[in-house]
Design a binder for this molecule. Structure first.
Ligand code: NAP
Length: 316
């Protein structure tokens, strides 16, 4: 074996709530986990402002602060947290091989995948500006909707997520304007009908966003264009929600793990974290397109660590 190869019991890929929770459990079970943080240490929560729905924080906590605490908790039990980007995996034999930053090779008895998913955005400079500032652009109504209670908001998208989130916002906001780029929904009939029936949701079909408007501190609305008539108008709003889909961060597992048609890793056995390869487990948003909450990700991180521990125990 080459000197560059490191042999470990448990490798965790990803540093969101799923990865750190898996690390806390694996470390306390003496599996000496090594966790690679990836490109966005702390994961999606680091782009959220206030987290008010994670149990145990009665006064709320900022996303970045919560991730610092989760990391500290994982390190308290000697999780080896490293920066690095997993560039290749080979799960074909008994040894699970993983390459980090192209040249570092790790052979792990168990691998817990917690690579998460990334929200898609429109890519407009004005949208990115207010997203980065925490000034009113969000891709998660359940996380951030509460901050717009009693206010007017906009949501972009026409899939099930957009309908679900528009409905969620409609219970908090005085008015929700839904921007749909085609003349129909992509969402299932039941979800789109519910949105259509909701009085304070205004649906604008054939409508695209030209610019997110703001006062330099926060969002004040959006300039939108009807792609049939060319008519442009400004819609006032303090929150601009984007629900145009998520992309699971699973590209490196293609061809090795069973993925669904949209790239989410499939659980081999419902109610567990097992994938189609023994010894490879998945937690968090990389396998979850429905719930996508920090607390559900943390729960599946726990499950993955327990499954990995039992897998190792059965091999001994
Ligand atoms: P999705 O089904 O891919 O829908 C994305 C929507 O965003 C589409 O309507 C698309 O428009 C629109 N869109 C994409 N890019 C856009 C852009 N640049 N500007 C404006 N609109 C844009 O994504 P999703 O809604 O997140 O759902 C993902 C999967 O999860 C689906 O299979 C869905 O059924 C499932 N899901 C299920 C539930 C549930 O059952 N409770 C809840 C949420 C999600 P076009 O239609 O024009 O392409």
């Amino acid at each position: 074996m080459s000197e560059n190869i490191e042999k470990i019991k448990c490798l965790i890929i990803g540093s969101g709530p799923a990865g750190y929770t898996a690390a806390i459990y694996a470390a306390r079970a003496n599996m000496k986990p090594v966790l690679y943080e990836g490109m966005q240490p702390g994961g999606q929560l680091t782009t959220t402002n206030e987290v008010e729905n994670f149990p145990g924080y009665p006064d709320g906590v900022t996303g970045p602060e919560m991730m610092i605490q989760l990391r500290a908790q994982a390190e308290r039990f000697e999780t080896d947290v490293r920066s690095g980007w997993v560039t290749k995996v080979e799960f074909t034999g008994d040894t699970h091989k993983v390459w980090v930053d192209k040249d570092k090779e790790i052979h792990a008895d168990t691998v817990i995948i917690s690579t998460g998913a990334s929200a898609k955005y429109l890519g407009l400079p004005s949208e990115q500006k207010y997203l980065e500032m925490g000034g009113g652009v969000s891709a998660c109504a359940v996380c951030d909707g509460f901050f717009y209670k009693g206010q007017e908001t906009i949501i972009v998208g026409a899939g099930d997520s957009a309908c679900e989130e528009a409905h969620y916002l409609s219970k908090l906001c005085t008015k929700v304007t839904m921007l749909v780029r085609r003349d129909e929904f992509r969402a299932s009939k039941i979800m789109s009908e519910r949105v259509k029936r909701t009085e304070n949701i205004v649906i604008m079909f054939n409508t695209e966003t030209e610019e997110v408007l703001g006062d330099g501190i926060g969002v004040t609305g959006a300039r939108v264009k009807n792609n049939k008539t060319g008519a442009v108008q400004d819609i006032p709003a303090t929150g601009f929600f984007v629900a145009v889909g998520h992309k699971p961060n699973t590209d490196i597992f293609k061809g090795q793990l069973h993925l669904d048609e949209t790239g989410y890793i499939k659980y081999e056995q419902a109610g567990t974290s097992k994938t189609n390869i023994p010894g490879i487990f998945v937690s968090g948003d990389a396998a979850d397109k429905t719930y996508r909450q920090a607390v559900t990700a943390a729960g599946t991180g726990c499950i993955a660590a327990l499954d990995a521990e039992r897998y190792l125990a059965a091999k001994e």
